[in-house]
Design a protein around this ligand. Sequence first.
Ligand code: SF4
Length: 489
Amino acid sequence: MYGIRDRHWNEECGVVGIAAVESAAELASLALHALQHRGQESAGITVADGHRLTTHKMMGLVADVFDEETTRKLTGGYAIGHVRYSTSGSSHILNAQPLQVASHRGTVSLAHNGNLVNAHELRREMELEGSIFATTSDTEVIQHLLARNRAATCEDALLEVLPRVKGAYSLVVLTREKLIAVRDPHGFRPLCLGRYRDSYVVASESCAFDIIGATYLRDIEPGEMVVLGHGELASRFLPQDVPEKRCVFEHVYFSRPDSTVFGRNVESARRRSGEILGREAPADADLVCAVPDSSNTAALGYARATGLPFELALIRNHYVGRTFISPAQKVRDMSVRIKFNPVAEVLRGKRVVVVDDSIVRGTTMRKLVKLIRGAGASEVHLRIASPPVTNPCYYGIDTPVRNELIASSHTVEEIATYLRVDSLAYLSLPGLLEATGEADKYCEACFTGNYAISFAEEAGKDVFDNHAAGMDIPVKPLRPVGKTDGNGS
Ligand code: SF4
């Protein structure tokens, strides 16, 4: 991928499930289009017709993987779908989802959004007992646990094996005659339930319902498993009783503003965060602009709170894909310029507030500031609609290691100097949680280091790939729950 990716945390995955409707694969394909922002590496759908399961998946965007003819051939009334950005296991067709396997309980297909922090440990244990793995993805661990379990039904087996799995998971599971959807007990990643005619659908975000004409009903609760059949819904709960830990970054950046996640509209939470940022950190300036698109709503909120005019001063090229950029071009900051173009007519001679949702490494923002100054801005005041990111995520977001996060080792003043801005301010954590509401239900570990689940920090995204390549990866003891020392040690 081209070099703009360091501007943000990379997206995770998106899942959909369609129960008991005609042409389920066509609906699943449409729903995946709406979730494309959550993963662009691969796309896949499994369909069930009551007798057998059929999976089609490929590397690429949904539009490339599912043309009309391919989708039409996937016949059946039940479907699950997945778009992937790899948070565990490399970007390879072997790791594309859904993962369909055959076992003593028949054929089962599964798609997962999240990241399992003890997958390496579980996999090593099963390998020592003779299990053979076909992928380098953490998700396959769940398929193995299901296959080894003797419970009579798939849902009974899930209730028995999932308490062994630690981490973040929003799962959709398909058997020949039913769709099962489960959210981990902390509820890190979203999973919504919708109504489609006289049946049900599930999806990572409610924007997937809008595109197929379904209605958002509610979130699947943390620790809840719903089993969906012909117009029927049965709800059961995993036995763990733990605090809710919704990923606050779904509201900051990941989810689409037209979605409802965690029962809250993303646009309104994001706009509110901008308003609070304006209240907390006003600037003496002439105009406000956003780093499009994810920061547009927060910038509108900032403009409303401060009374400054909102202007479209940066134009994003939406059609940039895997563009070849030569090493010489990279030196000239082409990787940023190819994606954002500053509007000199708006910026020339102006004191500008630039609103962005977050800063990860800071390298791209530094180039962007240079572009804005080059277009004639007389002052650049940077406002960030979330607190400084000081810790990596282990629950389903692919983040840089701690020492690559600029705020893990630099003060706000030092970051401002590095970025060459006239002033820099971040939204406070209480401010962000005021914007989302229900402050005590959110995970904020990437800002505070207060992790809800212990993890082996050293494992990393590529642990299974390194293992498959013959490297000896010791199973590290899990870290205790709570605050780290901020130095990764
Ligand atoms: S650590 Fe940050 S990105 Fe990861 S789940 Fe928690 S809030 Fe979300």
